[in-house]
Design a protein around this ligand. Sequence first.
Ligand code: SF4
Length: 355
Amino acid sequence: MDALEGHREKGGLAAGYFCTQFPAEILAGFGLYPIRLAEGATFESEREGEKLIRPDACSYCKSLVGNFRKKSGVFGKVDIIVGVITCDMMRRTLEVVRNESGLPVFQLQMPATRSRNSEEYFISEVERTANDIKAFLKTGFDHEKARRFYNARKACAGILDDIVSKGALPPVILHRLMHLFGVARPEKLKLFLESLQPRLKPGKGKLRILVVGSMICLEDDLVFRILQENGAGVIPVGISENGPTEFYSGIKLKSKTGNRMIKELAKISFKSDICIRQRPNFPAYRKIKAAIARTECDGVILKCMKFCDIWYSEKERMKQELDVPLLVLDTTYSDSEEERIRNRIEAFLEILKKH
Ligand code: SF4
């Protein structure tokens, strides 16, 4: 956060984004400081957001509106916003955030299908958004800067994947580390991870739980805290998150010009981002099953935001398709839910111990 302040004090701008389908490398290529806005997840911000958007919006959307309304924390430190329209509620939220924050909001549509045409459409949406940002900033796109950002994040992704598969960190610490991936300067995070990795030992003999579902923000760590208190390990699997997995698992970026780089990044994002929302979504199931097999996890927790139909509507199919026990949780940011969630997770762990 100090580095972000320093960047802005020197006249630099910061770009807040939500869904990772719009590659942060494009923001870095414009000299922006990319910040994934996956924090500020509090009941207060949710209540504040409810003053402006429907109460049946998901907690994430409500907290975004609440935080931009209050300009709290990192939400007071972004200069532009890039939003991918993942659902109807996010589309409405971006409109309200634009009016509330007074900040320029660059938005693009995420295709609801997965096909050659929707890929072309998505790439054109990313290129259009990049051109709009370029016109707003009146500056060029530095593809070498974007490449350096990508390469540093790729290195971070490899180490994080190793840490996750070894089960080397307690759930809450791992959750925070995964969050850092979306906000940290990748070259600095790389140095930190390289210093941390050799000192970590593989986790032993614990129940291992794969956690998948809606966006999980920094403060929304109840599931991780309860798993940690019960001595269980966690495997966070960001499906529609170009986090430290698929997006960075490919080969090095090849492009030698700005326009080609933006197109290449959009293509990698579409091909690697196996969003549960895009139909057919069997690639998302393939990824979850691969993670279950690779990590030999004992069970899966599907953590849905309340009112997030995109994930909640998958629960029956997941029960049928996954060959390990599944616990479905429907959550908000309210503290009053802690006992209910705790009882459900502890009962689930008891079942797994008997398995
Ligand atoms: S969590 Fe679900 S409902 Fe909320 S913005 Fe994301 S996709 Fe939409």
